[in-house]
Write a protein that binds this ligand. Structure first.
Ligand code: G6P
Length: 509
């Protein structure tokens, strides 16, 4: 485990490490969030002083933030070990920034999801959304500047914040924050991490020119920008060069623009094998293993676990399963597909329609192939984490076929837990393909017949070969723990700030 340079670390992300809800008697209870970023941060919190700035996402979050002294929740209220400041952004501003720009525009651009004859349509309504996006980003930048100034819980000796102060800004929601924060606080070292893919310049240029430039310029306010894979980092560099006209140093992996240098690095997020295996051994998961074993009744299991997200390509995944049963009828009655697709972003009509398409196709498959004693498909649309872990444990084949994905941690988690050694059918457009491609069966996510063929090969793969590949997948998927992923970014940021500002001041300026 890499050591962290002590000091103050400010983290900013739209969704924070903790969320609140009301119990029956009206009390507020905190729940720690999941995901790599929370576990990476929690392990850093012991070594550096961490303040996490996020948005209040519900009325209960707003109430908890309002009741906290100075707006700072100590220890995150949920055992993350970091102080948390939840920003109460006006509802209409938040809706336009989060749903209108972040999820309906930037997410669609980076995942190349537009049905371009009809969308996008950048008119007056979009300009209004963009103004809200700026205001929402400005609220984060101001809160980070406050945090750098020592607002919030004091350091352990009761003094102000420890030096150096580093801000780690996360994801497409906050793309304008690095530049805004650099303007407010030139003494803070700023890192940015992109969790999504990055679009190639021709697709990125769908954005109005001024906004495309503002997004890139926003990130170039950072000293260091990190990406999940080389491919996304290269796409970002291409956009900086072609759209912004910035000077790109490919060898030195840096962009020079407006008198500032931003280094660009690749920091792939992996899984904490120990933490995941421990969780998957708990009694609630074991109970689900027994239930799913009864469902499978000795048949092979093809498993998928996703949010019902347009980029996850669930409809083509089901279509590929249907083709498998048509093209290779020998599998009928011998395989069951567990498709766990839990709800996501239901404020957006496209997501509601997509969920309906998934359910429609699932019903068609059941009608077409189901028999008295064989259920070919189990589609579950409610989120049940223990059940997902149980499915990983039992999978013979794991299907991960996104149209495009920053990384995809399902592809890394499944093989770590698989008891029989699962085969992985993986989209070549997932960031994870860069690390797992050798041991997985790679597919073109648009090629339904090719995916059906890969499912057949996966089911047909000799057990020893499957186990060998699964061992390689588990090793590669846990090579970089969330702690190391975060520590690696912090040291890249320290190095970038040192190069820019001299050794006397390792991270701050
Ligand atoms: C996925 C992406 C992240 C993103 C998150 C937002 O997990 O990989 O890059 O930040 O979705 O999801 P939310 O539910 O907060 O909109």
């Amino acid at each position: 485990m890499d050591a962290i340079t002590p000091g103050r670390v400010l983290v900013a992300s739209n969704r924070g490490p903790v969320s609140f809800s009301r119990t029956g008697d009206g009390r507020l209870t905190a729940r720690r969030g999941g995901g790599g970023m929370v576990s990476g941060l929690s392990s850093v919190a012991g070594q550096a002083e961490v303040l996490w700035v996020c948005a209040a996402l519900s009325d209960a979050d707003r109430a908890a933030a309002g009741a906290a002294p100075g707006g700072y929740l100590e220890d995150g209220g949920g055992g993350t070990g970091s102080a948390v400041r939840m920003l109460d952004i006006p509802a209409a501003t938040f809706d336009r920034a989060y749903n209108g720009v972040a999820n309906s525009t930037l997410w669609f651009i980076h995942h190349m999801l537009y049905d371009t004859p009809n969308q996008p349509h950048f008119g007056l309504a979009f300009r209004r959304e963009w103004e809200s996006f700026r205001a929402y980003n400005a609220a984060f930048a101001a809160a980070l500047a406050d945090g750098a100034d020592g607002a919030g819980p004091p350091g352990p000796d009761g003094s102000g914040p420890r030096r150096p102060v580093r801000a780690m800004v996360q994801d497409y929601h906050l793309t304008l924050v690095p530049r805004m924060l650099a303007d407010l606080r030139p003494d803070v070292a700023i890192g940015y991490f992109c969790h999504t893919p990055w679009a190639p310049p021709d697709y990125f240029a769908i954005l109005p020119d001024d906004i495309a430039r503002e997004v890139l310029d926003g990130i170039l306010g950072a000293d260091h920008a990190g990406f999940q894979t080389q491919r996304w980092a290269d796409a970002f560099l291409d956009c900086c060069q072609q759209i912004l006209g910035a000077e790109v140093d490919r060898g030195g992996r840096a962009v020079h623009y407006r008198g500032r240098t931003t280094t660009v690095g690749v920091h792939p997020l992996g899984v904490d094998a120990h933490e995941l295996r421990e969780r998957a051994a708990a009694a609630d998961v074991q109970a689900q293993v027994e239930a799913l074993t009864a469902t499978a009744a000795g048949r092979k299991l093809i498993v998928r676990v996703d949010r019902t997200e347009l980029s996850k390509n669930i409809v083509r995944g089901l279509a590929a399963y249907r083709e498998l049963l048509i093209t290779y009828p020998q599998w009928r009655g011998r395989v069951t597909h567990l498709a766990f697709a839990y709800p996501s972003r239901h404020d957006l009509p496209e997501y509601r329609e997509y969920t309906a398409s998934v359910q429609r196709l699932a019903r068609e498959i059941l009608d077409e192939f189901g028999t008295e004693d064989w259920n070919p498909l189990v589609l579950q649309v409610n989120d049940d984490y223990p059940r997902s872990l149980a499915a990983y444990r039992l999978a013979d084949v794991l299907l991960v076929n996104p149209i495009r994905d920053g990384m995809n941690l399902v592809a890394k988690e499944g093989p770590l837990l698989s008891e029989r050694g699962c085969a992985l059918v993986l989209s070549r457009e997932a960031g994870a393909a860069a690390e797992l491609g050798e041991a997985a069966l790679l597919v073109n996510p648009y090629d339904v017949s090719g995916t059906a063929q890969a499912l057949h090969e996966a089911l047909d793969m000799p057990a020893a070969e499957r186990q060998r590949r699964c061992g390689m997948l588990a090793k590669a998927g846990s090579a970089v723990s969330p702690h190391d992923w975060f520590a690696d970014q912090l040291s890249a940021l320290d190095e970038a700030a040192r190069r820019a500002h001299g050794p006397a001041n390792p991270a701050g300026r």
